[in-house]
Ligand binder design. Structure first.
Ligand SMILES: [Zn+2]
Ligand SMILES: [Zn+2]
Length: 444
């Protein structure tokens, strides 16, 4: 490990000389590493104001999964202005940009583009102009920061020792856009992928992450429980699906409390229960649905199997029939987000250089889910939380809240982290034998 660190710093020193040669204020730059150099670039008012402007435009026109047409157009217009080549459309509205030599090694940076079907409740100048749609998960900031990274990297393109692949991805919120990006072949030959998510609960200038599982696998289910409707005062002539569904819900809660390992975190929540619309009528059927979460594949599929068994069997106790839908085709379940161990070390080095080692926080895993996990199923990947909380501010509202806001001070940090993670990754992987030699951008 020590010799690895030595060589890493040697690489940094070598590249610094290249960067220094390209900058007029070499005496100052000599003291700077790539991450701090990039952060200074991102904080320059020219870069910062440009990013703020982009983020506000995106915020005003939020678009839902696989409908990110204006968003995609804006991204392409900015890439055109920067002179960055790209592929489009990828996975419907996605854009894949390329910076660097066009040759191996390749490293990818990802930003998700979609908004949520909810009404913004924050009154401000750049409030969403689309009723019922809102960037409440910060994906407007994610797109902006990846464009910021693109600007930084393009400015230093001559020094990029390989190719950075920019992944502007649609449909993170339930649409598994990442899966479609992979199926489109956009990550062919890519050695690693990095992603970030804004975090309202972490201070600005700090980042949080961990090696291994950081977010859970997530699935959804919906069950229809069929009985026989009739008069509520003459129950003996009916088969009551409300009672059956109630027992189903209680039995589902026993899966976690009685069947799963208490040290292996899992969740089953019934979040939807619909049936009947009169005080004196037993309905024919009831629909209930919810979500289930786990960290290991084994636990996840065990849970899925038991949810179906419990619903069908428990409904039968009350003479009802039940069918269960897991929405496999249209809304696939998300795997767990598992951060690569080697990339964790890389992240700690780079983020430590950029922010200071004490600003790189180890966070516990959470039961939320991210479609970034699809990338990690095929190549090593790393997702981290980017802090947004100002010391003076009250606690920011959570992701997916109608009061959610982005602290725009975060933009230079995200852009510089993206750019630094990619540039230094390529430096570290110069000796890795490429899968395909001399590949051109267009063939990637
Ligand atoms: Zn979200
Ligand atoms: Zn999100």
């Amino acid at each position: 490990m020590a010799s690895f660190t030595f060589f890493f710093h040697l690489f940094i020193t070598i590249i610094l000389h290249v960067f220094v040669a390209a900058t007029p204020s070499s005496s100052v730059s000599q003291q700077l590493s790539i991450p701090t150099h990039f952060l200074d670039f991102a904080k320059k008012s020219e870069t910062f104001d440009w990013m703020v402007n982009i983020r506000r435009k995106l915020h005003e026109y939020p678009e839902l999964l696989y409908e990110e047409y204006k968003t995609s157009e804006l991204i392409r217009a900015e890439l055109d202005k920067l002179g960055i080549s790209y592929k489009h459309p990828v996975a419907e509205t996605g854009v894949i940009g390329y910076i660097g030599t066009g040759n191996a090694p390749f490293v990818a940076l990802r930003a998700d583009m979609d908004a949520l079907p909810m009404q913004e409740m924050v009154e401000w100048e750049h409030k969403s102009k689309v009723a019922g749609k809102m960037h409440a998960c910060g994906h407007d900031a994610h797109v902006t920061m990846l464009l910021g990274a693109a600007k930084i990297l393009k400015h230093h393109e001559k020094e990029i020792q390989g190719t950075v692949v920019l992944v502007f991805q649609p449909a993170e919120e339930g649409g598994a856009g990442a899966k479609k990006v992979i199926e489109a072949g956009a990550l062919k030959n890519v050695g690693a992928i990095f992603g970030l998510h804004v975090a309202p609960g972490i201070r600005v200038g700090e980042v949080g992450s961990r090696s291994g599982a950081i977010m859970a696998a997530s699935g959804r289910f919906e069950a229809t429980i069929n009985g026989k409707g009739g008069h509520a005062a003459i129950p003996q002539h009916s088969i009551d699906p409300i009672l059956a569904a109630s027992n189903v819900i209680v039995s589902l809660q026993h899966l976690i409390s009685r069947e799963s390992d208490p040290l292996d975190s899992q969740v089953v929540t019934v979040a939807k229960f619909q049936g009947g619309d009169a005080f004196n009528v037993i309905p024919d059927s009831v629909t209930l649905g919810g979500t289930f979460r786990a960290f290991s594949k084994e636990s996840f599929f065990q849970l899925r199997q038991r949810i179906e068994q419990v619903i069908v069997a428990q409904a039968a106790v009350q003479r009802c029939n039940a069918t269960v839908n897991f929405f496999e085709g249209e809304k696939p379940s998300y795997p767990a987000t598992i951060n690569d161990r080697k990339l964790h070390k890389h992240f700690q080095d780079v983020a430590g250089d950029l922010l200071g080692a004490n600003k790189v926080i180890e966070v516990p895993p959470m039961m939320g889910a991210e479609d970034f996990s699809f990338y990690q199923e095929v190549i090593p990947g790393y997702l981290f939380w980017l802090g947004m909380q100002n010391e003076s501010n009250e606690r920011l509202h959570s992701l997916h809240s109608p009061y959610f806001t982005v602290n725009e001070d975060v933009l230079p940090y995200g852009a510089a982290l993206h750019a630094s993670l990619a540039a230094t990754y390529l430096l570290k992987h110069q000796n890795v034998v490429p899968i395909v030699e001399g590949i051109h951008n267009d063939e990637l």
